[in-house]
Design a protein around this ligand. Structure first.
Ligand SMILES: NC(=O)c1ccc[n+]([C@@H]2O[C@H](COP(=O)([O-])OP(=O)(O)OC[C@H]3O[C@@H](n4cnc5c(N)ncnc54)[C@H](O)[C@@H]3O)[C@@H](O)[C@H]2O)c1
Length: 310
């Protein structure tokens, strides 16, 4: 396992599920942790500081160092306080894992404005705000002459990159996070910061109903949240300094570096297209039409599997 001793990490939404697994794995690799979690329901309602405190205790019992933080990642000033908490508690910040998330699934025709806004806020703004404040801190250190080797690991979803019915709010936010990753990677490279992204699959309270699968009685559990964390630990090693702007799809032991929007099909004309001719060209190229294959097909093509298709 890469040695991350001396490094300080924030993991957002680390009180449960995948974030908890990341925090435990980073602590095991030697990092000091700020365990952030607002502690609300799956829909993002309410506040409870106990999940974050429980993970802090688990890390301490295993011999690591951690502090709990209850800021809302979608609050710009709260995200600044979160970054300051790391620096105040441990003297520095090296790693930011943006992981906090909520769900408010609904078919588009019935989705309320509130359901849209809440999900976009926690995921998309909840990635921007901590990254923005951490980036300012790292730029300052870089300008002061430090050899910065900092890391941001974001969390998208197969729903965002492949598209899942009933998740227009969540999937749009997650696709936005994949795009944000690519831009932030390019902007922050000059300060020594890499920015990568996960599209995880794990059995948590978020997916209990989707996966409908009990853990196997013995042997490897492909949906154990801890399966995602080795990707984070590897990316946080100093040796991963040149790997940035990548989106990693993870299912059990299958890790794909996804390629985002590719050039696709080219329809070329020497001059401006005539609409009739373009329509004819589209029909000729796509005799059976052109439509998204859906999340299950995308996941299968990615080398992972989908239980719904088995
Ligand atoms: N489980 C999966 O298969 C899966 C698949 C794709 C993406 N994801 C993503 O992985 C991340 C972790 O999800 P999970 O499955 O572990 O779910 P989870 O519900 O177990 O954990 C999410 C945690 O985020 C916290 N949180 C929510 N809003 C917050 C806020 N505003 N500020 C701070 N903390 C907040 C919650 O309290 C919770 O503890 C999410 O971004 C999710 O969208 C999960």
């Amino acid at each position: 396992m890469p040695n991350l001793s001396g490094k300080v990490a924030i993991v957002t939404g680390a009180g449960r599920g995948i974030g908890r697994a990341h925090a435990l794995a980073l602590a095991q690799a030697g990092a000091k942790l700020v365990v952030n979690d607002l502690g609300g329901s799956l829909a993002g309602e309410g506040v409870d500081s106990s999940p974050a405190h429980e993970v802090v205790s688990e890390i301490a019992e295993a011999g690591g160092e951690a502090v709990a933080n209850g800021e809302n990642v979608a609050d710009f000033a709260g995200a600044r306080r979160l970054v300051e908490h790391a620096v105040d508690a441990f003297g520095r910040l090296d790693i930011l894992v943006n992981n906090a998330g909520i769900l408010r699934d609904r078919m588009l025709v019935n989705m309320t404005e509130e359901e849209w806004d809440a999900v976009i806020a926690v995921h998309l703004k909840g990635h921007f705000a901590p990254t923005r404040h951490a980036a300012a801190y790292w730029r300052e250190r870089s300008k002061a002459g430090d050899d910065v080797r900092a890391r941001v690991v974001n969390t998208a979803s197969p729903s965002g990159v492949f598209g899942n019915v009933g998740q227009a709010n969540y999937g749009a936010a997650k696709a936005g996070i994949a795009g944000f990753t690519i831009i932030a990677a390019q902007e922050l490279a000059r300060y020594g910061v890499t920015v990568n992204c996960l599209a995880p699959n794990a059995r948590t309270r978020m997916t209990e109903e989707t996966f409908e699968l009990e853990p196997p009685p013995d042997g490897f559990d492909p949906l154990d949240p801890a399966n995602i964390s080795p990707v984070v630990v590897a990316l946080c090693a100093d040796e991963a300094q040149a790997i940035t702007g990548q989106v990693f799809h993870v299912w059990g032991g299958a890790v794909n570096t996804l390629q985002g929007w590719s050039a696709g099909e080219l329809f070329e004309s020497d001059e401006r297209w005539d609409a009739d001719e373009l329509l004819a060209a589209l029909q000729e190229r796509y005799p059976d039409g052109a439509a998204p294959p859906g999340m299950v097909a995308g996941m299968q093509a990615a080398g992972g599997r989908s239980l719904r298709a088995q």
